[in-house]
Design a binder for this molecule. Structure first.
Ligand code: RUB
Length: 326
């Protein structure tokens, strides 16, 4: 039977009480920790079944963020390997907890490294635009402020869920001057902007970035105004399956996030579309800041090859869609 707190965790991710790609990944592996602590399984087979069921429940909460899938696979892969090597159920539980904690530690560490690298690109007097609420983008800005840089930020409000308000609040709490603007004002302000810094839910093998809906419009306006676009992304946000041509699924959120139920009744027959993310092609991105350094988006394939130990067209690369192998 699935533990109630795991179902609650899944619901919290689905309803966006827990949100943002990094946070989703870290929260998901905590689901495995909860399982390991509370499972009453006495043999490895039953434990692996429970693990697989928790994996499926959490994986299906939000379809776009690859951080979620990669985090879950990071843990499951280690436990599966241990199970195949003949470890007993208590050892498997201990490995689950250790792997989950390793993932969380490496995630926090990656964000810290990205913020140190990214902060160096911020100059005194900069006006920086950000979109949505990215913990990675905010860490870069907070680190720059900590290092004594003086700059200000334009934060888009990010309809329909207004995550930009969270961003404005967090930046303000770091003493960074911030102005909240409506999403459609992005192009209006762009000629005054020095840099755009956003986060990512997914980086594909061809260097495209999937992030909050509206990111690609901002990147387009930035290109037109010759403003640099930086994306902060940990390497676990790079998607291995895109190398085989898999497309990233764009999450469609409920209509009432855009139009409350009562307003929908007034607009009978009108459909609402509410995609949560969009794709910004590599040509509109200047650099991706990872924990391993700043790379041009076109080098994303190299990150994936190193991460998974692939050679071009090699057997391991061709097996990437087999979940256990990634
Ligand atoms: C959040 C969003 C963020 C990325 C990166 O979307 O698009 O820009 O997830 O965030 P949502 P982070 O609010 O729908 O989850 O840098 O924190 O991983």
């Amino acid at each position: 039977m699935t533990h109630n707190s795991i179902l609650k965790l899944a619901e919290d991710i689905k309803s966006m009480r827990i949100r943002g790609a990094a946070e989703i990944g870290r929260a998901a592996v905590e689901g495995f920790e909860t399982l390991a602590i509370s499972s009453k399984a006495e043999d490895t087979e039953s434990y692996m079944k429970e693990l697989d069921s928790v994996y499926a429940i959490l994986l299906n909460t939000r379809p776009t963020a690859v951080s979620l899938a990669n985090a879950l696979r990071y843990v499951r892969h280690r436990v599966t390997k241990a199970s195949r090597s003949g470890m007993d159920v208590d050892e498997l539980k201990a490995i689950t907890i250790r792997a989950a904690q390793d993932f969380k530690r490496s995630s926090v560490d990656a964000v810290r490294k990205i913020s140190e690298i990214g902060a160096k690109r911020i100059r005194n007097g900069d006006l920086i635009m950000t979109h949505c609420n990215s913990s990675v983008a905010i860490s870069i800005l907070a680190e720059a402020k900590k290092n004594g840089k003086e700059f200000s930020v334009l934060a888009t409000e990010t309809r329909p869920r207004f995550q930009g308000r969270l961003t404005a609040k967090e930046l303000s709490s770091h003493g960074i001057p911030v102005t909240l603007i409506i999403d459609s004002a992005a192009r209006h302000f762009m000629p005054k902007v020095d840099k755009v810094i956003v986060g990512a839910d997914v980086v594909t093998s061809n260097g495209a970035v999937v992030n909050k809906i509206g990111t690609s419009q901002i990147a387009l306006a930035a290109k037109e105004a010759r403003v640099r676009v930086f994306v902060g992304a940990e390497t676990y946000k790079f998607s291995p399956s895109t190398v085989l041509g898999e497309l990233v699924e764009i999450e469609e959120r409920p209509a009432d996030e855009v139009l409350p139920k009562r307003a929908q009744e007034d607009l009978k027959g009108v459909k609402v579309a509410n995609p949560a993310f969009d794709v910004t092609p590599a040509e509109l991105i200047d650099a991706i800041i990872t924990e391993r350094g700043i790379i041009p988006p076109q080098a994303s394939i190299l990150v994936l090859m190193e991460e998974f130990g692939w050679s071009i067209g090699g057997e391991e690369m061709m097996k990437t869609i087999v979940e256990e192998d990634v």
